[in-house]
Write a protein that binds this ligand. Structure first.
Ligand code: NAD
Length: 270
């Protein structure tokens, strides 16, 4: 397979820099462009230097159109509005899109799904191998345990995170709901405060902690009479997501149009 030309949008962000390093370390691909939003301090700088390595001869620009035209695949960990716009560019240019942005509303998600009708799009709330395995285990556990076991999803992230619960926590909640054969929206209990009344049987609860520089910790608690089972994942660094995103881009390069998950990339869907 020819060397894959990869572009990174939001390249000077926390994930963008980790992605830049991951592309540099991966075989079979090279970086062709990097963007940031208008007015960003990184515009004009060499992305390799910004990411703490050698200069790559790739300057950060604000021209996403040119990036999508030049790249075979674009990695997008930005912000919901930007990701929706990037979806339209991916469709126009038939450029593979790998996106990990969380917190998309229904309209923004619809734009990603529209793009996936023209080109392969990999979208995941979490690109790590461990979390995707945890999702499979959570679904299976929820299928096997009845509603005598209360399900709570607890997550902790760094103080800069802007959305809650995390996209990964919601995905774990959806996996639990799927195992129980219910819709998450029908049973989700997001945050508690004051006189809440007793816990509703069958509810799936969420709690979000924020602080420090925690990359991401998620636990799904199955609390039954006299015993408690917890499935926990702790991310040690952003590299796990970045490596997963590069792996997803290489996997998607020869796939037909469609919306794929990280479980598809890892072969967890059979
Ligand atoms: P960040 O704020 O550090 O980085 C986002 C970058 O995108 C910023 O540099 C910002 O300037 C840039 N950006 C915003 N709009 C843009 C636009 N229109 N064009 C170009 N660049 C633009 O945030 P982060 O911690 O890197 O996280 C980014 C997103 O990725 C969040 O939604 C986060 O929840 C998600 N995330 C997902 C995973 C996963 O595995 N799926 C892992 C980590 C983070």
């Amino acid at each position: 397979m020819a060397d894959l030309a990869i572009g990174i949008v939001g390249a000077a962000g926390r994930m963008g820099l980790a992605l830049t390093r991951a592309v540099g370390e991966a075989a079979g691909c090279h970086l062709v462009g990097a963007t940031e939003m208008p007015g960003h301090g990184a515009l004009g700088a060499d992305i390799g230097t910004l990411a703490g390595g050698a200069a790559l001869g790739v300057a950060v620009t604000e021209d996403a159109g040119a990036l999508f035209a030049a790249a075979d695949a674009v990695l997008d960990f930005t912000a919901p509005q930007a990701t929706a716009a990037h979806g339209a560019l991916a469709a126009d240019n038939v450029t593979v899109l790998v996106t990990g942005t969380t917190g998309l509303d229904a309209d923004q998600q619809a734009m990603i799904e529209a793009a996936a009708r023209s080109v392969a799009v990999v979208q995941a709330a979490n690109f790590s191998v461990g979390i995707n395995l945890a999702m499979a285990l959570v679904e299976q556990t929820a299928r096997l345990l009845d509603a005598d076991f209360d399900i709570e999803v607890v997550e902790m992230h760094h103080r800069h995170k802007v959305d809650a619960p995390s996209g990964t926590a919601l995905a774990l909640g959806r996996a639990a709901a799927k195992g129980r054969g219910v819709e998450l929206d029908a049973v989700a209990q997001r945050g508690r405060d004051g006189i809440t009344g007793a816990r509703e049987r069958g509810a799936i609860g969420f709690a979000s902690l924020r602080g420090g520089d925690v990359v991401g910790e998620h636990s799904v608690v199955f609390a039954g009479p006299g015993e408690r089972l917890e499935i926990t994942h702790k991310a040690g660094g952003r590299e796990i997501f970045a490596r997963g995103a590069v792996r997803a881009a290489r996997w998607a390069a020869d796939k037909p149009a469609g919306l794929y998950s990280m479980a598809d990339v890892l072969g967890f869907n059979g």
